[in-house]
Structures are given as structure tokens and as C-alpha cells.
Design a protein around this ligand. Sequence first.
Ligand SMILES: [Zn+2]
Length: 209
Amino acid sequence: MLAETGFIPMDLIIKEKKINQHVRIQKKDENKLIRKITTKNSSLWQREMGQLMEEYNLTPNDISNKKINTKEMVKKANKEKFWKQIQDEATQKSKIQSWIIHRDNIKLRQWPEYMNRLGRKECSTLIRARGRMIPTKDNMKTKYTDQTCRLCKQGYEETQKHIIEECVGTCNTQKQIKYEDIFKDGNTEEIRNMIRTIDEIEEILKNNE
Ligand SMILES: [Zn+2]
């Protein structure tokens, strides 16, 4: 349901609807009034459709070919577009590489199952954790000269793993995350609880900057 309502950004949904409408019109008999109007009198619409067809790699042949499901093609393209948007937003290029090395079973252009079940902000947190972008000292080496943990002050290096899994300074919020679970696509509720804990940990780090 999330995917149908507001999860995929509105601009992509609008594009999808426009293309589907265009395809419906193109499939109509040439003598039909709607087809005459849109092809002859609405050059703006035609120009926009031309651009959209190009953006979504659709040819007039795809529309007339009954075996090709353009609706599915556009839907799939939009998922990929959105997936890419989220990655771009949540990550820097070098950081995402480390995540991809970690997750050899995730392909860059694949739509992970959990994305269908989580909200945008939740996905963003998870991608940050997987891409080692939680603002620990170790993840932000240029910002801190002293790398020891600011929360427990026990001399441990402030790595993401330490902060999430071991640090006693976060144990009030921490609901025992096993570090490697961050990289697993498990049960939705478990992922969601884990994300909530990571959000809290990020908050503690920010408050102790
Ligand atoms: Zn610590």
C-alpha cells in the first residue's frame, strides 16, 4: 500500500499516469475524437509525451506491440528511479561502495524487498547504517583528531560497530543490535525496531558532539 500512496514521489507517479494515458490514447482507433484532438491540436502534450517516452526508453513500437506491457515497464522504471534517488540522497558515492562490498547479494539496480515495507525515512536510516554513515568519529575521521569514544569514555575507538553493539554509553536506548543484522533483510518488525534504535543512537551522538 505504501508503494501506491505517497511512497513513490508524486512527480514519478504523475509521469507514470501520463504515459499510461498516452498509451491508452495511442491504442485507440485513429478516427476516435480523443486521438484526433491529442495528436493534432495539443502539440504541448505531444512534446511532453515525446520527452517522457525517451526518458522511459519507450518506442512507438512498444506501444503498438501487444506483447509488451508498457505499464509494467514504467512501473519498474519508476521503482529503479526512486531507488536511485534514495541512494543518491542517503549516500556519497565512495560510501555506498563499502556497503555494496558488504552486501554482495544486493545489486545496485535491484529494488530490495524491505523497501516495499518501510517508509522513506526508515530506508534512509538503514542505508546510512549500511553505508557506515552513522556520525561516529571513525566514520568522520577528518572531523575528529581524538578517535576514542565520547559516550562511554573508556578508551574504545569510536567505530560504528562499537557504538551500535558494545558501547555502554548507548545501552539505555540500545535493544541489543547484533551488528551484522544491519546488513540482513529480515523480518520487517525487527528491521523497524533496529532502525528506531539506530535513530536514537544518532540522536545521542548529535547531542554529544
Ligand atoms: Zn563507547
